[in-house]
Design a protein. Sequence first.
Length: 185
Amino acid sequence: MTLVPRTLECERTVLLERQPVEATELAEYFETEARDRRVPLRVEVLERASAELMWGQRFGPTSRSYQSLPDDSPIVRANWVSIAQWQSAYSHDAAAMQPVLAEAMSWSRESPVLFCVSNALVLSCSWEFFTRMWDCFLALEDDSPFVVCEHEQDREILWFTPLGEIRKAELGPHGRRTIPVDESP
């Protein structure tokens, strides 16, 4: 287990405890594909207490997953903009989605990102690793996971919807919306 200091909201530094994915039952989702794609396996799973802490800071302490977010949550009320459809690429050409994802966000290749499934399951990796292996993350969970930058001051967020859409929002401080509404369905 690795302890990595991270600053969360309120300028308080906490240690997010994590362990390499290879030490968990989730390794099967990544090991073969990473080897076949010649990508070093660099994914960590946040320990449950750290996942709960991070989820509470980002999504609210009363929710456990997207389905339990309250209607007045900044995440639910965000102005989501559709950037791509993931289901077709997932089934036919996962590599084609890599540049789409990379261009959609302002994160650097080395930015640490969190793949957030629920308050009990959060994975950490670099943005570059995520863009190359996004389909492996969705093989693990494709029912409304979020991707956020580990740096709290970066409020961009990706949402993989169950209907196959990738949506992006940018939340201001304390959840205020900062990008225009996309009126498309």
